[in-house]
Design a protein around this ligand. Structure first.
Ligand SMILES: Cc1cc2nc3c(=O)[nH]c(=O)nc-3n(C[C@H](O)[C@H](O)[C@H](O)COP(=O)(O)O)c2cc1C
Length: 250
C-alpha cells in the first residue's frame, strides 16, 4: 500500500509520535513517502489562479507543489498530520492545501482520488481539534477522497514525555482500529457525501457552461477537464478510477 504522509509540523513532538504509532499499526512494509511542512513547501499561494485557468503544472511554486501532488495522486493512503494552533490547522498545512484548490471537485477532480483512503492525525492540549479536522477534511472531501478516518487526542500536556501512559495506550488502541479498517479492503467506496458532491458539481459544470456559452465566452478549463475525463459521458470515477485522460481509447 503506497502511503504519503504530509506532516503539518517540523517538530518531532506529540504529532510526530502519534503519526509513528499509526504507521506502526498500519504496517511498516508499506512504501511511505513523507513530506514535512514548512520545509517541503515553504511558500504561500500567491493567488495568481494560473492553476484554475490551466492546471497545476503552471503553478509558480511547482518545484514544491508538483512532487507533493504527484505523491498524493499515486498513493493509496494519505496521512495528514497537524497539531492544533489557535483552534485551527497549522499555517503551513493551510498554505499547502491552498495550492491544491484547483483539485477540488468544483474545478478539476482526478478520478484516482475516489478510491483513496485518508487519515487525519491531530492533537491539542485541550480545545480546537474539530476545526483542525475540518480544515483538512474539507480538502479531502472536495478532492474526492473516498474515506477519511480521524485520529485525535486531547493530551493535557504539550510535551510527549509528560503525556500519561493511559492516554498513550488509548492512542495506540485507536491506531489499531483505524489500521484494521484500512487493511480490510484495498479500494474504498466513497461516502455518500463525496458521491453527492461529484453529482452536484457535474450538474454545476453543465449549468456554468450553458451560461458561459450564452454570454459568448470560451469553454472554461474546468469544463474541458470534466469533458476530457469523460465525466459528462456517464463515467463514474469511483467505478473506473485508473482510466486517465485517454479513457476514450481504453
Ligand atoms: C502557536 C500554538 C498555538 C496553539 N493553540 C492551541 C489551541 O488552540 N488549543 C490547544 O488545546 N492547544 C494549542 N496549542 C498546543 C498544541 O496544540 C499542543 O501542544 C500540541 O500537542 C503540540 O504538538 P507538537 O508536539 O507536535 O508540536 C498551541 C500550540 C502552539 C505552538
Amino acid at each position: 500500500m503506497k502511503t504519503v504522509v504530509i506532516n503539518g509540523t517540523e517538530q518531532k513532538g506529540c504529532t510526530y509520535q502519534m503519526k509513528e504509532m499509526f504507521l506502526d499499526a498500519v504496517g511498516r512494509e508499506n512504501e511511505v513517502t513523507e513530506y514535512v511542512l514548512p520545509k517541503d513547501c515553504p511558500v504561500f499561494c500567491i493567488g495568481c489562479k494560473a492553476c484554475f485557468f490551466s492546471d497545476i503544472s503552471v503553478c509558480p511554486h511547482k518545484e514544491y507543489t508538483a512532487p507533493i501532488w504527484a505523491s498524493i495522486s499515486a498513493a493509496d493512503l494519505l496521512v495528514f498530520t497537524s497539531p492544533t494552533y489557535v483552534f485551527h490547522v497549522t499555517a503551513q498545512m493551510k498554505a499547502l492545501l491552498d495550492h491544491f484548490g484547483t483539485k477540488w471537485m468544483a474545478h478539476s477532480p482526478e478520478p484516482q482520488m475516489f478510491t483513496k483512503r485518508a487519515v487525519i492525525i491531530t492533537n491539542a492540549i485541550g480545545q480546537g481539534m474539530g476545526n483542525v479536522i475540518k480544515d483538512i477534511k474539507d480538502s479531502l472531501d472536495f478532492w474526492g477522497v473516498a474515506r477519511t478516518y480521524v485520529l485525535k487526542q486531547a493530551l493535557s500536556q504539550a510535551k510527549w514525555d509528560l503525556v500519561s501512559d493511559k492516554r498513550k495506550a488509548n492512542i495506540r488502541a485507536k491506531c489499531g482500529r483505524i489500521a484494521a479498517k484500512i487493511k480490510s479492503a484495498k479500494n474504498a467506496n466513497p461516502t455518500l457525501k463525496v458521491k453527492g458532491l461529484f453529482l452536484m458539481m457535474r450538474l454545476a459544470q453543465k449549468m456554468i457552461d450553458k451560461s458561459e456559452r450564452k454570454a459568448g465566452r470560451e469553454r472554461t478549463a474546468d469544463y474541458l477537464h470534466w469533458q476530457a475525463y469523460g465525466y459528462f459521458d456517464g463515467r463514474i470515477p469511483w467505478k473506473s478510477p485508473k482510466r486517465g485522460l485517454d479513457y476514450r481509447q481504453q
